[in-house]
Design a protein around this ligand. Sequence first.
Ligand code: PLP
Length: 450
Amino acid sequence: PVPDPAAGEAVKSADRAHVFHSWSAQGLIDPLPVAGGQGAYFWDYDGNRYLDFSSQLVNTNIGHQHPKVVAAIQEQAGRMCTMAPGFAIDVRSEAARLVAERTPGDLDKIFFTNGGAEAVENAVRMARLHTGRHKVMSAYRSYHGATAAAINLTGDPRRWASDTGTAGAVHFWGPHLYRSHFHAETEEQECERALAHLEETLAFEGPGTVAAIILETVVGTAGVLVPPPGYLAGVREICDRYGVVFILDEVMAGFGRTGEWFALDHYGVVPDLLTFAKGVNSGYVPLGGVAISAEIAADFDERPYPGGLTYSGHPLACASAVATIEAMAEEGIVEHAARIGETVLGPGLREIAERHPSVGEVRGMGVFWALELVRDKETREPLVPYNASGAANAPMAEFAAACKRGGLWPMTNMNRVHAVPACTVTEAEAKEGLAVLDEALAVADAHTTA
Ligand code: PLP
């Protein structure tokens, strides 16, 4: 990339004048003007290149500008840019087939959306219609999207401002041994107590009022929380016993991120509805969807499904999904992500944790990892308080700035840094990222009480 600071300034000034940014105090942000990206990297207009350890919003699973996917979008644009959802078209049929071949059990019908939140929105609608019940239960440590039902189901503080009409959302505690809500000391205790807590919450809510339980298979934004063995199977069993629809949200965990096509493949659990987005086409064109069980799909054999979107199964999005899934299969990208996790990221992050007093826990799989940063390894006091902002968040902001100075774009959330590069990240790139994290953690160490 050739530096062009003047062009960067022009991009930035028009942005500041006219672009209203997500989740932000508009006057306090300083968006980086980005000129381009390739593979595991992107770069600005000043000649700085960043190793993308955030995969943008954990979506560029095949990296930036994969040539096969770029070509497929160009080819599709030349042939058919748009066609309404009511028609049968080649790329939509093919994308649905390729997704359905990878979803478990009889989740063989695909309703396409423009992203993850709309997938959650429609999964909830299907569950309510299927059961004739209204409430939906979700975990406090969760993110499900920013539309009406999805934001209410979300656990993190971004939901608070939208909690005025909670639309039947009920929260419970999922398993998280490091910060156990259940005073558990082992994974087995955590699993057993989390399941008992879920069942008790269900009993007190009235099982006859609960349409669905929705969980991220591996919780993403709220901390890369890998469920203990038996937890998801236990939730499946509770859902079956009370006639509750089980929705697994694979928007972030799906399509290679955990080293399997879907995170649920690690557990052999089959939900009734599965939501996906992000990695299905690495976000090259907005796309998400719901994979639907035969039983729920059959509800709408004779009566119309009361939901739809102008761009459901958009040709450019579907063409990019077909090319992405084919590239991932041809190039062994899912297996590669598993290997990088087992041989480079996992061992490397654990080694880093030993060297740094600020790293309380390392967890993850595939290219889906989190470091939990603490002031004190013994007390586990988080490096910054829950939902810290401004001065209270300074240690995390300083740490993120140190990563960027080292040429690494990190994903930070509360007191955590997530290491979530592309599934295609090479061993050398992963090691380069680990080295930058290692160095930047000195900044976090300086804030420990040890
Ligand atoms: N579900 C999960 C698990 C997610 O991680 C996200 C986004 O981060 C969403 C849903 C919402 O997806 P979108 O931002 O595409 O609406």
